[in-house]
Design a protein around this ligand. Structure first.
Ligand SMILES: *[C@@H]1O[C@H](CO)[C@@H](O)[C@H](O)[C@H]1NC(C)=O
Ligand SMILES: *[C@@H]1O[C@H](CO)[C@@H](O)[C@H](O)[C@H]1NC(C)=O
Ligand SMILES: *[C@@H]1O[C@H](CO)[C@@H](O)[C@H](O)[C@H]1NC(C)=O
Length: 168
């Protein structure tokens, strides 16, 4: 029984390590709103962002009609009050615009021209890739993460790690 418990523990640990190794390395491009042209008032960005994990170095992609909408990075106060004056950065270029999240902090984006109050605003929390999440959020993150694409690679890593760690 003891041996079995140890093996299960080992398995859990190696799976976790394997996932985070893969997660920590490559920056991910997050399509804001989930689609190609989803920077629109129809999208619930709070809901979308709550299912994503943003790590330092990741990218955001905003797809939108540049004649109608824009993308501005603002501070917390202006985000909360939908103020598009005194913005920090203008992300708008051609309507298929990207921005890299270079700092571990909360970023605030909104659309000017009155669309912020129609829901076109988004706050996202960016964390360090090396940050170890608490065990309670682990299964959730592993399940929802769009990073875990290459299942085969992870299985390979897990196998290698199990051989290393467990079979001594
Ligand atoms: C957006 O989604 C969040 C979280 O799922 C929810 O609490 C909120 O009521 C939604 N907002 C709108 C305007 O539907
Ligand atoms: C945000 O910017 C506005 C205008 O520049 C300023 O009045 C406000 O104090 C700033 N808020 C924060 C949290 O930095
Ligand atoms: C943001 O930049 C775009 C492209 O340079 C420009 O057309 C637009 O007027 C700018 N928006 C604001 C609010 O400054």
């Amino acid at each position: 029984m003891e041996v079995r418990r140890e093996i299960i523990l080992c398995l859990l640990m190696t799976i976790t390590m394997g996932c985070y190794k893969v997660e920590g390395r490559e920056p991910v491009l997050h399509r804001v709103g989930g689609g190609r042209y989803t920077w629109t008032p129809k999208t619930n960005f709070t809901n979308w962002a709550s299912h994503e994990n943003f790590y330092k170095g990741d990218w955001l992609y905003f797809g939108f009609d540049k004649l109608r909408y824009n993308v501005l990075e603002v501070n917390k106060t202006n985000y909360e009050n939908c103020i598009d004056k005194n913005f920090i950065r203008n992300i708008t270029k051609g309507g298929r615009d990207v921005v890299q999240l270079l700092e571990a902090r909360t970023y605030y984006f909104l659309c000017g021209r009155g669309f912020c109050s129609q829901g076109m605003k988004m706050a996202i929390k960016v964390v360090e890739p090396t940050l170890q999440p608490s065990p309670s959020t682990l299964s959730n993150k592993a399940l929802h993460s769009t990073r875990i694409i290459n299942t085969k690679l992870i299985m390979f890593l897990v196998t290698v790690l199990i051989m290393d760690v467990c079979v001594i």
